[in-house]
Write a protein that binds this ligand. Structure first.
Ligand code: SAM
Length: 261
């Protein structure tokens, strides 16, 4: 997969050189290109921002450098990337979206700063490429760089060959399928007893079916405790009698087709 990132702080992306993604880049699984937006600003000070029309505090990113950057990185006739613009006013970034992005051949990320990018940039880009405005959550960051780091890591680890054990993706919280609306339960490693705390006996039983059942129970309990709103998204038809018992014990009885809170 090829990823282009445009930012006024390309040095922000040094973390993409280490760990899993650094290795994926060195192995040619992930081809990341960083671009300084100021390359496309032509005045003496390489200005990329200006005051907002209509007044108000802060500055807005000018459309001209962004327009030229997108012309260069997504030229007419070339392979069209999906443009991803992080913004708190976008659609939520989820594991499902990360999975969809992992299937794209090219992603182009546009990192906003100040009060964001002049809205005509996204409007014009939509006429020639798919564009997503994406939010990391209901909070405001100082710039899009951290958001893009998060998205690139979430997408990059899903690319074939990047994770040592591809199965671990299927067990993750929010993984498409059985875990889509569930959080992953607790995990343990050696030693079997640490500071007088033993691991749950079931994990030493060798009974794979019973272990899978225990993991699902823990996932249901943790979701009920930490993210009860996710339970409403569970498919009632996919819940067996044991699931219903665990949810009822956690205070979320499933009545018929509905989830009663
Ligand atoms: N005035 C904007 C608003 O309230 O929507 C906030 C601009 S913010 C200070 C500057 C940049 O940070 C945004 O253009 C975006 O790139 C990034 N950003 C901030 N919060 C974000 C979030 N929750 N998700 C994704 N990107 C975010």
């Amino acid at each position: 997969m090829r990823i282009d990132i445009v930012s006024i702080f390309p040095e922000y992306f040094a973390p993409l050189e280490v760990s899993l993604l650094g290795k994926a880049r060195r192995n040619g699984l992930l081809d990341v290109h960083l671009h300084d937006l100021r390359e496309w600003a032509h005045d003496r000070h390489r200005t990329v921002d200006d005051t907002p029309y209509g007044g108000g505090p802060g500055m807005v990113m000018k459309p001209e450098p962004w327009g030229e950057a997108l012309d260069t990185l997504a030229p007419a006739g070339g392979e069209v990337p999906r443009l991803v613009v992080p913004t708190p006013s976008g659609r939520p970034f989820t594991q499902a979206l990360a999975t969809r992005y992992a299937a794209e051949p090219r992603l182009l990320f546009a990192c906003g700063r100040y009060e964001g990018i002049d809205s005509r940039v996204v409007e014009e880009a939509r006429t020639r490429m798919p564009v997503d405005e994406v939010s990391l959550g209901d909070f405001v960051l100082a710039g899009g760089e951290v958001a893009v780091l998060v998205m690139v890591e979430a997408v990059g680890r899903l690319l074939p060959g990047v994770l040592g054990n591809a199965d671990s993706v299927a067990d993750d919280s929010f993984a498409p399928g059985a875990m889509e609306s569930l959080l992953e339960g607790p995990v343990y490693t050696k030693p079997p007893v640490w500071r007088e705390r033993p691991i749950p006996d079931i994990l030493l039983s060798g009974h794979h079916g019973a272990i899978a059942r225990w993991r699902r129970d823990e996932a249901l309990r943790r979701t009920a405790r930490n993210r009860p709103e996710l339970l409403a998204r569970l498919d009632p038809d996919a819940l067996d009698a044991h699931d219903r018992k665990v949810l009822a014990e956690a205070g979320f009885p499933v009545r018929g087709e509905d989830m009663a809170h």
